[in-house]
Design a protein around this ligand. Structure first.
Ligand SMILES: Cc1ncc(C[n+]2csc(CCOP(=O)(O)OP(=O)(O)O)c2C)c(N)n1
Ligand SMILES: [Mg+2]
Length: 235
């Protein structure tokens, strides 16, 4: 899947390959045994739901669909071309996508609605997983969602926060401080589980990097070059 992420972004000449890379392991594990979705029957009401609240990680989302056999490699490489179902951010045009995401702060609240529907209205056993960005956690709507989930006892919803330290242009407020996310979710009544540990050192920019932030284009002096791993769309 990581290789696919980069192929799609390279062919399109745009996208968020690094945002996809940071969550690739998470999605691989989910796909390998935790996500119960019949990708050949996307309308099956028993299917689990996976919502990419960080919808800009669409190369990863489509790499997952390719790995699951939902789309061919040929269609995968139509990423972000006119007429393609594989838009820069996922939409319901490509099953089993429930909702269009990409406007940060919306995917988790929508996931709450899907979880509420499953548990209270339709009384179906499906689970809802929502992949959130760490910078996205600065959106107030995320915390409204956390509060509501605990209040409504929506134990069929799991929020996964991909802490990669970066937002679009620089380090997030909490950086590698994982408790910065765990502590408030616990206060809201959640049961946060921290998986993994931050890297011992921050990786340096790669020579693969191009665009406005390349070596030929000096960085603003107050910025750490390593922060420009974030939101690098120009491949
Ligand atoms: C409401 C909203 N504001 C701004 C953006 C532009 N934007 C796209 S990606 C991004 C940074 C996201 O960082 P994070 O949530 O940490 O995700 P990552 O790329 O690190 O996985 C921003 C601000 C957006 N998509 N939606
Ligand atoms: Mg991030």
């Amino acid at each position: 899947m990581p290789e696919s992420d980069f192929r799609a972004s390279a062919v399109a000449g745009s996208g968020h390959p690094t945002s996809s890379m940071s969550a690739a392991d998470i999605i691989a594990v989910l796909l390998d045994g935790y996500l119960t979705v019949d990708f050949q029957r996307p309308d099956d009401p028993r299917n689990d739901h996976l919502i990419f609240s960080k919808g800009h990680a669409s190369p990863l989302y489509y790499a997952m669909l390719k790995a699951a056999g939902s789309i061919t490699d040929g269609e995968f490489l139509t990423y972000r071309t006119f007429g393609s179902r594989l838009e820069g951010h996922p939409t319901p045009r490509i099953p089993p996508t429930d909702v269009a995401t990409g406007s940060l702060g919306q995917g988790l609240p929508i996931g709450v609605g899907v979880a509420l529907t499953g548990k209270k209205l339709d009384q179906l056993p499906y689970r809802v997983g929502v992949l959130c960005g760490d910078s996205e956690m600065a959106e107030g709507s995320m915390w409204e969602a956390f509060q509501y989930v605990a209040w409504a006892h929506l134990d069929n919803l799991t929020a996964i926060v991909d802490v990669n330290r970066l937002g679009q242009t620089r380090q997030t407020m909490f950086g590698w401080d994982l408790d910065g996310y765990a502590t408030p979710t616990r206060a809201f009544g959640w049961h946060p589980i921290i998986v993994g540990t931050p890297p011992a050192s921050t990786p340096k920019p790669s020579p693969l990097r191009r665009g406005n932030y390349s070596v030929s284009s000096p960085l603003p002096p107050h910025r750490d070059p390593a922060d420009y791993w974030a939101g690098e769309p120009r491949w």
